[in-house]
Design a protein around this ligand. Structure first.
Ligand SMILES: NC(=O)c1ccc[n+]([C@@H]2O[C@H](COP(=O)([O-])OP(=O)(O)OC[C@H]3O[C@@H](n4cnc5c(N)ncnc54)[C@H](O)[C@@H]3O)[C@@H](O)[C@H]2O)c1
Length: 311
């Protein structure tokens, strides 16, 4: 089968790409390298096709989907704070880009498109764990873009019978996540700070919680969603079914890394949600089962950054 991984040079896309190559699948990556990095693909560079292009350009997208069986659509401008600062760019990349892929894929004989959505669509709903039956309540432009995309995916299935699936990722972490961007996720930032003997920054009191999900579980969910014909026209949580506060996460990292560095606490950020914890029952009915639990994922991730940073 031939897969198109949009955003394949990014954290999640590159991990998906490597798994597909390992399984002997044929892969084309479409990426404009804005937040992704070619280094993430070095291990498979001779086994894949790379299209350096932008999903905002419909003609680039149209060409990129030719001959493709499955699209695993990861390209987007991630980050809530980025979208709060610049909602227009987030909207154009995330929404127009997704619509371009849907429209091009529909007439190109693509079998299915799976899209990276986000737990942020739930907003600050009090009920936990968050399950797919709950009403979405986005709190940031980023969350609005992801929810809009989910509606587009549903419409493309219901109106045109083009098979689509949205996966609502809950705080994915693991190797190749960028610690350096101004909008980096907490995990790589915390790990890099501790390994360098520096104080990590926490926005808020650190009592906000997340269902941190190791990357392998997210890769598994993507492959399952693409190839199982019964998973179609719907959206699913992808989490680890666990809940850790940032303060607990810092304690676990101190234990694994072997340090006692305190964090610096700053004001909480606009658009951030307080608690995030996934029910994974809906996708579990189709065989999804987290294969790497939180602490093991943390160990693997620390190991990766130790090697990567030579620390
Ligand atoms: N990491 C998480 O915890 C998480 C949680 C929820 C949802 N997501 C979603 O998962 C997807 C992947 O996220 P990630 O963490 O790997 O981020 P990432 O920034 O590492 O990857 C995104 C990739 O998309 C590419 N890209 C951005 N704009 C593009 C454009 N206009 N044209 C072509 N390529 C473009 C980037 O260069 C990058 O390689 C995103 O859609 C993100 O919104 C991630």
């Amino acid at each position: 089968m031939k897969y198109l991984v949009s955003g394949g040079a990014g954290f999640i896309g590159s991990n998906i790409t490597k798994k597909l190559v390992e399984k002997g699948e044929s892969v084309r990556v479409l990426d404009n390298f804005s937040t992704g990095n070619i280094d993430n693909l070095q291990a498979v560079i001779n086994d894949i096709e790379i299209v350096d292009g932008d999903i905002r350009d419909f003609w680039v997208v149209k060409k990129a989907v030719e001959g493709i069986d499955y699209i695993l659509h990861q390209a987007a401008l991630p980050s809530v704070p980025r979208s709060v600062e610049n909602p227009l760019t987030s909207n154009v990349v995330n929404v127009d880009g997704t619509l371009h892929l849907l429209e091009a894929a529909k007439s190109a004989g693509v079998k299915k498109m799976v899209m990276a959505s986000s737990s942020s669509v739930y907003g600050d709903a009090e009920e936990l764990p968050k399950h797919e039956g709950m009403r979405p309540s986005p709190l940031s432009p980023y969350a609005v873009t992801k929810l809009t995309n989910e509606y587009y995916l549903k419409v493309y299935w219901e109106l045109y019978k083009f098979p689509t699936v949205a996966l609502r990722y809950f705080n994915i972490f693991g190797p190749q996540q960028d610690p350096n961007s101004a909008y980096a996720a907490v995990f790589p930032k915390f790990i890099e700070a501790f390994l360098r003997g520096k104080q990590p920054t926490v926005f808020g009191d650190g009592e906000q919680s997340r269902d941190f999900t190791y990357i392998d579980n997210c890769v598994q969910a993507n492959l399952l969603a693409a190839t199982n014909d019964d998973i179609c026209g719907d959206y699913f949580n992808v989490g680890c079914n666990g809940q850790f506060t940032l303060n607990e996460t810092l304690d676990i990292l101190r234990e694994i890394i072997g340090c006692d560095i305190e964090a610096v606490y700053e004001d909480e950020r606009a658009g951030d949600i307080k608690h995030s914890y996934a029910s994974i029952d809906k996708l579990a009915k189709f065989g999804y089962e987290p294969e790497v639990e939180f602490k093991e994922g943390v160990r693997r991730t620390v190991e990766y950054y130790r090697k990567q940073l030579g620390l």
